[in-house]
Write a protein that binds this ligand. Sequence first.
Ligand SMILES: NC(=O)c1ccc[n+]([C@@H]2O[C@H](COP(=O)([O-])OP(=O)(O)OC[C@H]3O[C@@H](n4cnc5c(N)ncnc54)[C@H](O)[C@@H]3O)[C@@H](O)[C@H]2O)c1
Length: 365
Amino acid sequence: MNDRYRVVVVGMGKRGMHHALAFQANPRFEVAGICDINPVRLNAAAGLVGGVKGADALQVASAVKPDVFCFCTLPNLRSEMIRIGISSGARLIAFEKPVALSSREGREIRKALAASGIKAVVSHQHRYGEHYRKVKEIIDSGALGRIHTVYGTAAAWMMHNLSHLIDYMRWYNGNAQARWVMAQAAGDGKMSDLHPSPDYIAGFIQFANDVRGIVECGAGAPDVPEVEYWWRKCRIGAQGTDGFAEVLTAGGWRAVTKMGSKSGGGGMNYDHDMPPYIQDIADWLDNDRKVHPCCFESAYAGFEIMMALCRSAVDGGQVALPLSDDADEIEMLRAYLAGRKVLPSTPANAKEYLEAEANIAGMSS
Ligand SMILES: NC(=O)c1ccc[n+]([C@@H]2O[C@H](COP(=O)([O-])OP(=O)(O)OC[C@H]3O[C@@H](n4cnc5c(N)ncnc54)[C@H](O)[C@@H]3O)[C@@H](O)[C@H]2O)c1
């Protein structure tokens, strides 16, 4: 008898390959189908993982009838893949952040998943990094006293990184619900990107346990001088009555407590972070009580915060959570930001945001 969970992976790009190889390497899973609309990528993947292959996700999923339907397509493809995953009869859908591009789509996905009873996980796998976990361990030990502030900054834009920042801030804050947010946004350069985003968004989050969240993502975010690699200039941490602890995505961790200061290494590494993320999927499939740390409901709480920050940036003022209605936040931002230029905080950010935009304008003129 085959006791492996059978998996279909859709989208054999960077993240699809990470997922397919990590499923394949785990003895609890077998990659039984792969799909991509790009034949070069599909054939390259087929050389590494087996099973049915095809360009049509519905056809591949219908042929395989997987236990796990995994999709790693760009953010414009979410609802359709969720529908295919549900219709395939899978017991779990694994997909990539962001949850969706609007609260309207996110709420529909949540309703569809709840109605189907299917488990779902969203890949905020950085939390498996040793340095990320060390900060969590220090917070949980009580060494920081009562946590009053959690914070996160990233140089890359919102649809790439804000979902990650909020997820780990929530984790460091015991997954508390948010009560309201307030934000500002600037710059329309990345609104035409495949991860459509304001060039810069910054805001406050008031959590139900009275902890304050402070978040900044994009061109106006402060530098993380300890880290060279621009994409990994991310700082996430917590301050308490007795000290602080923080992680740098590519620069280890540090803490200052009443006992003195401490620091250690660690850098975000897909090869390190994917295996335990995938193992936790097997454990949740085996046992309903072993809920995956990256379960959909946790990701959705973070996604709502992100959408509320967008609404506040456009409408002004505080936005209460949970959200009680639907909107298309990216379209709201597109109208609000049209023609507005961002003021970058560092030369590296100027290069990524303003020069990249000038090059695109140059190509199209
Ligand atoms: N969790 C993380 O650390 C992390 C890191 C990078 C990217 N991401 C997220 O992962 C997702 C994918 O990013 P990526 O960098 O792997 O993108 P990618 O462009 O490398 O891969 C996407 C693949 O999907 C395929 N595709 C598009 N439409 C399809 C369809 N209808 N059916 C089948 N295949 C289709 C494309 O041909 C491509 O091969 C994004 O949402 C991104 O934000 C997450």
